[in-house]
Design a protein around this ligand. Structure first.
Ligand SMILES: Nc1ncnc2c1ncn2[C@@H]1O[C@H](COP(=O)(O)OP(=O)(O)OP(=O)(O)O)[C@@H](O)[C@H]1O
Length: 575
């Protein structure tokens, strides 16, 4: 196991370590007690088959000891499994709570790079994958050590020659397993990479099937997928074939049937040569056969174990995502003037996508951000609700650094309507009410009317109580209604959202004028004609402000804005 993974597992399992230790001790007792009935059976045979030794008292003692062994084994192994399973349930609950709490603290921007599938996998599947590790692996490991060691010790005591013969498979198994595990991690990495290539080729093929077919490229795209699948199959076979042979050898070395064969052959030789009493064959036949079983169980669990280790690494990785620092010295903003003060920002720490941007947005005004695609408009707008924090410079609302505004307060101040509108799986009414849970039904409907979506909602089966999937344009209008109802003094709006649905452009325009009245508004503009009336137009190019002013003034300047306007294609160019 890689050192890093070991450390990750250690940290993750820390809360249940004591309980796992207790369970390990209980399992050791259970494994030892499980041998007692077999040992007693052998001893009983020795007593009963030797008339010279028959002693009723001793016989009964042996029977009672066997029963006690059985009872202790049952109780101890039950207790061990209960302890590990309770520890597992607690750990899963704790991890899920930690992950969800963590997700509440990571920058909102983190979610744009990590899909819901990934988050679901961590919270649900990965946490569940730890079950084998906590619930079973420790117990399996303890049995795999205690059972063979104690069995071997007892058998040595009975007859050392037969004991050696019985256990001869163990070193063979261990050596074969060690050989199989050599380079396992690296190989697994290659297999995972090959699987990812197949997945990509399949997704590409399915997603692009319309384009591919239209352009008569179906055969070519199909070939890429087929090649990826062939590569995988060749690599997998090359890896698995020799491994399967080694694994079969390893398993056969300690399989009960092999041990029985060895025990019978050796005992026949020893008994017929007179150097072993026939009754002494019994312990080897009884105990020798079960000696390798716990080791086989441990081996069968290797896959689940590997999965658990990878899951642990992903969960630890998620729990280690840097968080947005909490408000340092919480302060209350005075007024709603928004200032970007020499803001510089980089996603990767290498290329600045915003460079020394300074900007003041006044209450009751609309500021439009304009610029070619990739100039940094969305990034700048997203710094206001703290999707990310700037590398240098400050973003202030009402004179207070947004980093010093507690997050609940910040979301009460800043509303957003972005392109990636998501409706939650709840009624339309509750979706609109998200921004202000205490709003009355009348207020919800007023907001929907203003956002031109009231009629459409009424047409849904169930009306406002419908949990329906709306079209993209409708969902966007619901998100505008939500922002209207939330009534935040500062609003960040992606204009593309508002006009994605051309039919409703005029009515949405009205809704927006209601939305912006009296607020501090920042609009990411994709069409020039809709923002000619903006109080301030800020032109970004390559992350820096290159022009600012009113529409008429900017048109007079020989600059980026006039070029964009002359082309009349800001939308096309900037989306
Ligand atoms: N999550 C992200 N991680 C890394 N780089 C990003 C991320 N989002 C945007 N970028 C990069 O930052 C730069 C600015 O992007 P941004 O989306 O802010 O520009 P924009 O002007 O809004 O573009 P558009 O009009 O096309 O939406 C681009 O080079 C983009 O590739």
């Amino acid at each position: 196991m890689a050192k890093r993974e070991k450390g990750e597992l250690g940290t993750l399992l820390a809360p249940v370590r004591t309980r796992l230790t207790v369970a390990g001790v209980l399992q050791a007792i259970a494994s030892a007690a499980a041998l007692v009935p077999y040992v007693m059976l052998a001893e009983l045979a020795r007593e009963l088959l030797d008339p010279a030794r028959a002693d009723e008292g001793r016989v009964w003692t042996i029977v009672v000891l066997a029963a006690v062994g059985l009872l202790v084994r049952t109780l101890a192994s039950g207790a061990a499994a209960t302890v590990t399973h309770l520890a597992d349930v607690d750990l899963q609950l704790r991890l899920r709570r930690d992950i969800v709490a963590k997700l509440g603290r990571v920058p909102l921007g983190w979610f744009s790079g990590h899909g819901s599938g990934e988050v679901k996998k961590a919270v649900q599947d990965d946490v569940h994958s730890l079950h084998h590790l906590v619930g079973h692996a420790v117990l399996d490991l303890v049995s795999a050590v205690v059972t063979p060691v104690l069995t071997f010790a007892y058998l040595l005591w009975v007859d050392w020659r037969m004991a050696l013969v019985t256990a001869v498979g163990l070193p063979v198994y261990l050596a074969a397993y060690a050989a199989m595990m050599r380079g396992y991690q690296a190989k697994l990495g290659e297999i995972n990479a090959a699987t990812a290539r197949i997945n990509t080729a399949a997704v590409e093929f399915v997603n692009g099937v319309a384009v591919v077919k239209t352009f008569g490229q179906a055969r070519r795209a199909h070939r890429r997928f087929a090649e990826a699948a062939d590569d995988f199959s060749t690599m997998f076979r090359r890896w698995v074939e020799p491994m399967t042979r080694t694994e079969a050898l390893a398993q056969n070395a300690i399989a009960p049937v092999s041990v029985l064969l060895l025990v019978l052959t050796a005992s026949t030789l020893l008994v017929s040569s007179g150097s072993l009493a026939p009754v002494d064959v019994l312990p080897f036949a009884l105990l020798g056969l079960g000696m390798g079983q716990p080791i086989l169980t441990l081996g069968f669990g290797m896959g689940a174990m590997q999965e658990a280790r990878e899951a642990a690494a992903r969960v630890t990785g998620l729990l280690a995502v840097p968080e947005l620092p909490p408000a340092g010295a919480p302060a209350v903003p005075e007024g709603h003037v928004v200032e970007f003060d020499r803001v510089t920002f980089s996603y990767d720490g290498e290329r600045d996508v915003l460079r020394e941007v300074s900007l003041t947005l006044r209450p009751g005004t609309v500021t439009a951000l304009v610029g070619p695609s990739g100039s940094g408009k969305s990034t700048l707008a997203r710094l206001l609700p703290r999707f990310w924090d700037p590398g240098q410079g400050t973003v202030r609302i009402g004179g207070v650094d947004v980093r010093d505004i507690p997050s609940g307060e910040l979301y009460r101040l800043v509303g957003t309507v972005f392109q990636d509108v998501r409706l939650l799986r709840m009624s339309v009414r509750d979706n609109i009410r998200l921004g202000r849970p205490e709003a009355t039904d009348a207020e919800v409907e007023a907001a929907a009317k203003a956002a031109c979506v009231h009629e459409r909602i009424l047409a849904l089966p169930g009306g406002y109580d419908a949990v329906a999937s709306l079209s993209g344009g409708e969902a966007q209008r619901v998100s505008i209604a939500r922002a209207l109802l939330a009534d935040t003094p500062v609003l960040v709006l992606d204009e593309a959202t508002a006009y994605a649905d051309p039919e409703s452009e005029a009515s949405i325009q009205d809704a927006l004028s209601t939305l912006v009245a009296g607020r501090t508004v920042l609009v990411i503009a994709h069409r020039l004609h809709t923002i000619t009336g903006a109080d301030q137009i800020v032109v970004l190019e390559d992350g820096a402000v290159v022009q600012r002013g009113g529409h008429d003034d900017l048109l007079k300047e020989d600059g980026v804005y006039r070029r964009l306007w002359e082309r009349g294609a800001v939308k096309e160019e900037s989306r």
